[in-house]
Design a protein around this ligand. Structure first.
Ligand SMILES: Nc1ncnc2c1ncn2[C@@H]1O[C@H](COP(=O)(O)OP(=O)(O)OP(=O)(O)O)[C@@H](O)[C@H]1O
Ligand SMILES: [Mg+2]
Length: 260
């Protein structure tokens, strides 16, 4: 079953210097439970695409289905969660109270779906014992862990992540990538994950969608499912190097496709 099915999506913005075609005829089908990574040059519309799926940006044309309903229904049913590059935690709330927040705001009470135990999620993201810490007492990586726990508390069917580890050092990012795979396997959530890091894309993606810019469009979808029969792939293997090189080539092709 498809978790996300997008077809013929266009989004244009009007700016002082003229119209920008952020997305042009975007089509993609993401199966339920899939880990889909999105890469592409800066400005090719990755964030706009996530916002369209989350019903935060209306397309000018085309269709977006999320679990056979439309994106607006999925948003109202709180089936979609977002994690951004900045953790955007409430500074006066402790770790556990930040994780509880989505259950206390908006229409959550009327949604009536079972949620996850915030304490269990804090454990899952490796912050057991830090429940009462305030955001300023945490490292950048720890703050992102809180943001991930907060995104999972509503038991979302779709998790959208926009460069969540972009501001972290390489080692912390790799550790969080390992944890992200475990979380994905534990929750079965469909994930769409934007990154500029090719090794992150190669490590996390079951499929990697490569976008091109001006106008923003899908250039290539690389299927990596068969590369990871046991879940993760060894980062020091020659196969990993080959996959990363392959993604680099696709990205270079996508960049060469820019119609500017
Ligand atoms: N609200 C807006 N108003 C006008 N133009 C916008 C708006 N949002 C995005 N754009 C433009 O749409 C295009 C796509 O932007 P978007 O943020 O989706 O790119 P991106 O692929 O996420 O880039 P990056 O990798 O730098 O985050 C860009 O040219 C951007 O300037
Ligand atoms: Mg972006």
């Amino acid at each position: 079953m498809s978790a996300i099915r997008v077809s013929g999506v266009d989004v244009a913005f009007t700016t002082a210097s003229g119209p920008i075609q952020a997305l042009s005829d975007i089509a993609i089908d993401i199966a339920e439970g899939q880990f889909c990574v999105l890469i592409g040059p800066s400005g090719c519309g990755k964030s706009t695409f996530l916002r369209v799926i989350a019903d935060l940006q209306a397309p000018d044309r085309g269709e977006v289905q999320v679990f056979s309903g439309n994106a607006a229904e999925a948003r109202r049913a709180r089936r979609i969660s977002f994690v951004f590059q900045e953790a955007t935690l409430l500074p006066w709330r402790s770790v556990i109270d930040n994780v509880r927040l989505p259950l206390q705001v908006g229409n959550w009470k009327s949604v009536g779906r079972p949620h996850r135990d915030p304490n269990e999620l804090v454990q899952l993201v490796g912050l057991g014992g830090r429940e009462s810490a305030l955001p300023h007492q945490l490292s950048g990586g720890q703050r992102q862990r809180v943001a991930i726990a907060r995104a999972l508390v509503t038991r979302p069917d779709v998790l959208l992540m926009d460069e969540p580890f972009g501001a972290l050092d390489e080692i912390t990012r790799e550790r969080l990538n390992d944890e992200m795979l475990k979380i994905w396997q534990e929750t079965g959530t469909t994930i769409v994950f934007v990154t500029h890091s090719l090794s992150e894309a190669a490590f996390l993606g079951q499929s990697v969608a490569v976008m091109a810019a001006h106008p923003g469009r899908m250039s290539k979808i690389v299927n990596l499912d068969g590369e990871k029969p046991a879940g993760a792939i060894d980062r020091s293997s020659s196969r990993f190097f080959d996959i990363t090189s392959d993604l680099r080539r696709h990205l270079e092709t996508a960049e060469g496709m820019a119609m500017t």
